[in-house]
Design a protein around this ligand. Structure first.
Ligand SMILES: Nc1nc2c(ncn2[C@@H]2O[C@H](COP(=O)(O)OP(=O)(O)OP(=O)(O)O)[C@@H](O)[C@H]2O)c(=O)[nH]1
Ligand SMILES: [Mg+2]
Length: 213
C-alpha cells in the first residue's frame, strides 16, 4: 500500500520482483542499479546466500531474504514519488519470506525463466504469487502486474506464444529480456512504474473526491 506524506510532499510505493529461483530477479535489480544515475536511485542492499552457502556459485547467488533498492521515479501532482524495489527469494522453500515481502505491495514484476525445463517452476511460482495476493485480499483484476520473459539469449527456451498461453491467461503486459545484458530491463521497470502511478492516482482521486492536494 503506498503511503503519502503531505508535509514532505512525498509518496512511497512498493514494487516486488517475483518468480522462480534463479530466474533473474536479482540480475534485474543489479542492472537497474548500474544503468540509473546515483541521483535516481539509492544503494542496493542484497541479502544473498553468500557467506552461508558452501555449494556452487549459483547456490551462493540465491537470494536468502531479499534485495532492496529505493528509486526516485518522478513527481506526481507536486508529490515526489519514491519506489521501493524488492526481490523475493524464488527458491520454493522460502514461502514465508515471500509472503512477508509482499505485504503492502503496489505492483509486481513476474520474472519468468524462459528455459523449457523451468516451465513447471514458473507455473508453481505464479500460483504461489496469486495465493499470496489473495492472502492480502488484493483484487488481482485491478492489480498492476507485468510479466518479463527472461533469458531470451539461451537456446533451450520456450516460444513466447507458448509461455503466454500457460503463464499469461489474464493478458498482462509482457516484455522479453536478457537481464544479464540489461536488455528489456528498463522497459519492464518503466511499464510497472506507470501502472503503479496510475493506480495510486486513481485510488487517491477516489479517496479525496478528485482533490488530491
Ligand atoms: N543467460 C542468461 N542468464 C541470466 C539472465 N538473467 C539472469 N541470468 C543468470 O541466472 C542466474 C540467476 O540469476 P538471479 O538474478 O540471481 O536469479 P534470482 O531470480 O534472483 O534467483 P533467486 O534469488 O534464487 O530467487 C545467474 O547466474 C544470472 O547471471 C539472462 O537473461 N540470460
Ligand atoms: Mg535473487
Amino acid at each position: 500500500m503506498s503511503t503519502i506524506n503531505y508535509s514532505a510532499k512525498e509518496i512511497r510505493c512498493k514494487v516486488v520482483y517475483y518468480g522462480p529461483g534463479l530466474g533473474g530477479k536479482t540480475t534485474n535489480v543489479q542492472a537497474i542499479y548500474k544503468m540509473l544515475q546515483p541521483h535516481e536511485r539509492g544503494e542496493l542492499v542484497s541479502l544473498s546466500a553468500k557467506g552461508f552457502s558452501t555449494g556452487t556459485e549459483d547456490e551462493a547467488r540465491k537470494t536468502r531474504l531479499f534485495d532492496f533498492m529505493p528509486l526516485r521515479v518522478g513527481v506526481m501532482q507536486g508529490f515526489k514519488v519514491i519506489m521501493h524495489m524488492y526481490t523475493v527469494p524464488g527458491e520454493a522453500y522460502h514461502i514465508d519470506t515471500r509472503r512477508f515481502i509482499l505485504r503492502g505491495v503496489d505492483g509486481v514484476v513476474f520474472v519468468v525463466d524462459s528455459q523449457g525445463d523451468r516451465l513447471e517452476a514458473n507455473i508453481v511460482s505464479k500460483e504461489n504469487l496469486y495465493e499470496n495476493l489473495s492472502y492480502y485480499r488484493i483484487d488481482k483484476k485491478f492489480f498492476p502486474l507485468v510479466l518479463q520473459y527472461n533469458k531470451r539469449d539461451l537456446k533451450n527456451i520456450s516460444p513466447i506464444p507458448e509461455l503466454n498461453k500457460v503463464l499469461n491467461t489474464e493478458h498482462h503486459p509482457f516484455y522479453t529480456s536478457i537481464a544479464v545484458e540489461g536488455i528489456g530491463v528498463l522497459e519492464t521497470l518503466q511499464r510497472i512504474t506507470e501502472m503503479v502511478l496510475v493506480k495510486i492516482y486513481n485510488d487517491l482521486e477516489g479517496e479525496t473526491g478528485g482533490n488530491i492536494k
